[in-house]
Ligand binder design. Structure first.
Ligand code: CMC
Length: 393
């Protein structure tokens, strides 16, 4: 009973008021607190972007130094948490490990789970932003059987993450290439927030019941994992591998257009961007920089990616349906070139998006108009009927 608006996929429902991120899908515009994404990616580092998303303004030098100091103060994880990893299989998907370890953080950091206290909310937020790279790098190290590398707080956020991922203790000192560190930083910035997407809405919905922030972010990680969302970067690379050679592209394009075939071109299309994805533009340039830094010119997978992009941009079906390469199309190529295994791609997305999730969660908690999220339904089941005993059925 009752009249509700039916809006599957929430394509026309606003769930909240927000002053964090603005998207104009027709114009290909993405602004964080008013600043265009390409200007931020080119000029700001990830700590400035995080500060901006959380506080609404870019930090001055002093504010930036203090914020960076406060974040790096929390980069270590509790030694008991380090033991978690050994409970997982070595071949576990790192996203499964992330959901588990982040979800369990509230068991270690009780002193920042009282969401009515602004100081505790801030500490929980900083802990999450600071510890995500450590947890992500540890999930990788565990999967390849190498010892964990503890954070180095003299490095930038991106450098430290690359160091914990690719550095090997007691071996050759790991030198972080400035080009790769900058690329990593840009990838983090481009993924930091994207208004009310599936995972962010999940974080808000989980948080609307008063759940602690660690549990909420774990819920966001779970939602991000799917191939239609954050999992698309991994799915895209797997698809490029499956295509294998430029000669096979027409067959896959044909399948993508076939209504009876569930296959989709991963890394193409977006719910909101129907012109182009402004993040993809920055990512495309970064991909060129990274590949030339690493001296990669003739990777067959790259040939497939370039040719797929060329064909799809000209193909009538893709043009008509406004399906353009999205951020995940290029990020996968960059991350592969940098040496990340495909299973880590979505983990890196989760790491960066944690900042946006926290900013959105904090905004919701402070918004007096927000209530528990509780959608209604259009009931399509049986009308009322009487119970029949099992012998009589
Ligand atoms: N390949 C082939 N056909 C497609 C694709 C694709 N990648 N994407 C959409 N279509 C078709 C779809 O079949 C539908 O056709 P019709 O109107 O004839 O039924 C039409 O285009 C509209 O698609 P939709 O599924 O109704 O659109 P949506 O807004 O619900 O979906 C999307 C958006 C991103 C889920 C979808 O485009 C998709 O599945 N893309 C591939 C996965 C991907 O790359 N996701 C990453 C998105 S960006 C980062 C992120 O959000 O995490």
């Amino acid at each position: 009973t009752g009249m509700f608006t039916y809006d599957p996929g929430f394509t026309s429902t606003a769930s909240c008021e927000s002053s964090i991120t603005y998207i104009d899908g027709d114009e290909g515009v993405l602004l964080y607190r008013g600043y265009p994404i390409d200007e931020l990616a080119d000029n700001a580092d990830f700590m400035e972007v995080a500060y901006l998303l959380l506080n609404g303004e870019l930090p001055n030098k002093e504010e930036k130094d203090k914020f960076t100091h406060d974040i790096t103060y929390h980069t270590m994880i509790h030694e008991q948490m380090v033991k978690f990893f050994s409970g997982f299989r070595r071949d576990a998907h790192p996203m499964a490990v992330m959901v588990g370890v982040v979800g369990a953080m509230s068991a270690f950091y009780h002193d920042s789970t009282d969401i009515s206290d602004p100081v505790q909310r801030k500490v929980a937020s900083y802990r999450l932003i600071a510890k995500m790279p450590t947890i992500a790098a540890m999930s990788y190290k565990y999967s390849i059987g190498q010892p964990f590398v503890y954070p180095r707080n003299d490095l930038s956020y991106a450098e430290n993450f690359l160091y914990m991922t690719f550095g090997v203790p007691n071996c050759e000192p790991y030198k972080v290439s400035p080009v790769l560190a900058k690329a990593m930083d840009k990838i983090f910035t481009l993924h930091a927030d994207h208004e009310q997407n599936a995972s962010t809405s999940t974080v808000r919905l989980a948080g609307s019941s008063g759940a602690n922030p660690f549990a909420c972010i774990a819920a966001g990680i779970a939602s991000l994992w799917g191939p239609a969302h954050g999992g698309a970067n991994e799915a895209c690379l797997n698809m490029l591998n499956e295509i294998g050679h430029v000669d096979n592209i027409p067959e896959f394009i044909k399948r993508a257009k076939d209504k009876n075939d569930p296959f989709r071109l991963m890394g193409f299309g977006h719910r909101v961007y129907k012109n182009y994805d402004p993040r993809a533009k920055v990512m495309q340039e970064t991909a060129h920089q990274v590949l030339s830094e690493l001296g990669i010119n003739d990777d067959p997978l790259l040939d497939v990616a370039r040719e797929l992009e060329r064909i799809a941009l000209e193909d009538e079906y893709f043009v008509e349906k406004k399906l353009y390469p999205n951020v995940d199309f290029y990020s996968g190529i960059i991350l592969k070139a940098m040496g990340f295994p495909t299973e880590m791609f979505t983990v890196l997305f989760a790491l960066a998006r944690t900042v946006g999730w926290i900013a959105q969660w904090g905004e919701m908690i402070e918004d007096p108009t927000q209530k528990i999220g509780r959608p209604r339904q259009l009931f399509t089941g049986s009308p009322k009927r009487s119970f029949v005993k099992v012998e009589d059925r």
